[in-house]
Design a protein around this ligand. Sequence first.
Ligand SMILES: *Cc1c(COP(=O)(O)O)cnc(C)c1O
Length: 355
Amino acid sequence: MSRIIIESSKHDGKIELPEQLIFGRTFTDHVFEMDYDPDKGWHKPTIKKKSNLDLDPAAMALHYGQAIFEGMKAYNYTDGKIALFRPEKNFERLNNSNRRLCIPEIDIDLVMEALFELIKIDKEWIPTKEGHSLYIRPFVFANEPSLGVRPANQYKFIILLNPVGPYYPQGFKPVPIMVTDEYVRAVRKGVGDCKCAGNYAASLIAQREAQKEGYGQVLWLDAIEQKYLEEVGVMNIFVSLKNEIATPMLTGSILPGITRMSVIQILKDWGYNMNERMISIDEIVDAYDQGNLFEMFGTGTAAVISSISKLKYKDKIMEFNEKEAGELGTKLYNEITGIQWGKIKDKYGWIKFVE
Ligand SMILES: *Cc1c(COP(=O)(O)O)cnc(C)c1O
């Protein structure tokens, strides 16, 4: 017997997806919701029609930011199977964010079951076209009405489903990145390694300024010395150097990406000298000047791999390839999307089918 309460599983009329699916705009017609209070714990795990929330203006998340989220994708194979990529890692990370923000942890088995049920109910919403997928947004926020600064006593957990088009509608193209030493994203021992809402609010201004100068995203340096590479936008970063592939080690201010984790494993298996370590921006500039910096790319669920065309740091512009993504980034992109779409054998057991 399923523990999930199904309040609705029907659709109002025929499901029609817009021709152009813009990220984060179209949602399926059901959500999963669950509430927390100290007496009942997490309770009433329910799949229902998506509707507006009934929220008190004093809901604590709106004032003091106890709000965390996750992001993952489901892939609709043409044979009717629906695949998820390492979803247990997302829920483990969700609980990690919960712990840091004093939010009660969730039961991973229960929400995995709920996610499967929700996806099955809204299956017809998942596009099957090449490169299209279903973006999954689980999130938790404090909805207790109170203005006291303390951990809330009431929370809501929701899973929203968002059908999305391909991240690269014009093909796998590299993007220009600007290093910021004006702003920092997160500091060690803070909340940089959590997917909490406030981190993204803090990062918007640097992104806006980079975009004004024609750069797609920001490369963040560490908050203490503004010296070591941290992340690129909302992605982890990798650099291909002479005899080595390196990515910043997890110091506490960096988000431990699941794509990052997967790329590290694949590169090690391919025989690369793959290292997690501190990488200074000066080392990057020197390696570039000596011709020992071959390519840089970001990793994350939305894009999988995002190759960097050029990198601006102060007055220095380091150019890679404006037109084509780097060779290693392309190879990794093909490998991971191949595993996700069932075109390459999943020897790691990373794929979970919705059943
Ligand atoms: C989500 C996120 C990433 C990428 O994590 P994935 O699990 O690979 O999607 C990297 N950096 C930040 C800041 C993020 O929010």
